[in-house]
Write a protein that binds this ligand. Structure first.
Ligand code: KG4
Ligand code: ZN
Length: 377
């Protein structure tokens, strides 16, 4: 039975017909951003982003100093259908023009994930279209394929977000080998916790880096745990303790008589914190490139937006003949485009077939490297 005007349905599975293009709607709702986007596959080329819409809940969570899971889920419910309608309006398409409904299956907040999963599966069931659950981090690491300078496989990926810090060897779509990861806090978490100690709103990564622009990165000697270990693991938990110690020391000494001195202390501590995080990220990324012998690095996740990280990576990698690829700046943080893209690339690569069975499940904890084993045709 021909169910889809773009694709072909067969024996409970689903595959793209020869040279046919597929439109994939992607829904991201793993944390505090609701993202919806539509991509279209193009034979032999990276799928094209047709349109996207995003709503960030950050302002709502700021009052609490971090993401409140229950509030996040409720807000995803409020936003997801209007955002879907907006994408359809912008692209002048209708629901029945969508061939596959993709959603973030995990990792993330269980209640938040269930919203995207429920909506994607509900729409797909109503329209008798297939669905595909996507790994959030796969979305991040494939997102540079939507940039003007897309990478080629294989490459090393540095995934640096609020919840994850990992180095992966990416052989191809769906084939990911974990090279190293944080043993405690993620890099984004280190930025956010230090920012909070400096009196900045959640999530403070971008604000901390703004403050750091006026500071001296050498003003404070902060720890760089595991910097010299020959493995590819990271540890950032000690950093926030060191930042806290400096903040407390400054408070106890009451040595800062005026606002200018206080401001200079904050800027210097922000710059020193950023320098410590960036130095470790760069050292380990270079080590991963050296150990794998690969000459391409992809940096993805929210911390990938950090300007100093980008500049120093560029400098260090250019000297070694290594190309560094990033997602477009607006696709560094969570969005629906990367979810639609990852689904489209998995389908095109034949790594996974979308399903016409709507018994969805979400995976709040889901190691990325297990995807290679879970891949099926
Ligand atoms: O990938 P993302 O949007 O969400 C997660 O999946 O976690 O990353 C958010 C993280 C936050 O910790 C935020 O502070 C950090 O990325 N971030 C930055 C910058 N922009 C966002 N960290 C440092 N410098 C930035 N410019
Ligand atoms: Zn993310």
């Amino acid at each position: 039975m021909e169910l889809f005007h773009h694709g072909t349905n067969f024996a409970g599975g689903w595959r793209i017909g020869d040279a046919m293009s597929v439109r994939v709607l992607g829904i991201e709702s793993s944390c505090d951003e609701t993202g919806v986007a539509l991509v279209q596959t193009r034979s032999g080329q990276v799928p094209q982003l047709l349109g996207q819409a995003l709503y960030s809940q950050i302002q709502m969570h700021q009052a609490y100093g971090g993401v409140v899971p229950e509030l996040a889920s409720r807000d995803h419910i409020r936003r997801v259908l209007p955002l879907t309608q907006q994408v359809l309006q912008d692209t002048q398409l209708q629901l029945h023009d969508i061939d596959v409904f993709a959603f973030t299956r995990g990792p993330g907040l269980a209640g938040a994930l269930l919203v995207g999963a429920g909506v994607a599966c509900g729409l797909a069931a109503a329209l008798v279209k297939p669905v595909l659950g996507v790994h959030h981090l796969e979305g991040h690491l494939l997102s540079p394929f939507l940039s003007a300078d897309p990478p080629e496989f294989p490459f090393v990926a540095l995934l640096v977000s609020g919840g994850h810090t990992q180095l992966m060897r990416v052989q191809d779509v769906g084939h990911y080998e974990l090279l190293g990861e944080t043993v405690d806090d993620a890099a984004g978490e280190a930025f956010d916790k230090s920012a909070k100690l400096l009196g900045l709103d959640y999530p403070g990564g971008a604000a901390l880096s703004k403050l750091a622009e006026k500071g001296d990165p050498k003003a404070f000697k902060l720890p760089r745990p595991l910097l010299h270990s020959r493995d590819l693991d990271f540890s950032f938990a000690g950093l926030k303790t060191a930042v806290l110690t400096q903040v407390q020391k400054a408070g106890n000494e009451q040595s800062m008589s005026n606002d200018a001195e206080q401001e200079s202390f904050r800027c210097n501590l922000a710059a020193s914190t950023q320098a410590a995080i960036v130095e470790v990220l760069i050292k380990k990324s270079l080590l991963a490139l050296e150990q794998t012998g690969l000459k391409r690095l992809v940096v993805a996740g929210g911390v990938g937006a950090n300007r100093v990280l980008r500049e120093q990576l560029q400098h260090n990698c250019a000297a070694r003949g290594i190309r560094v690829h990033y997602p477009e700046l607006h696709l560094c943080t969570d969005n629906g485009a990367m979810i639609a893209l990852a689904a489209a690339m998995r389908i095109e690569a034949g790594v996974e077939s979308p399903q016409v069975d709507y018994n969805f499940e979400v995976k709040p904890r889901w190691p990325l490297q297990t995807l290679s084993k879970e891949a099926f045709n």
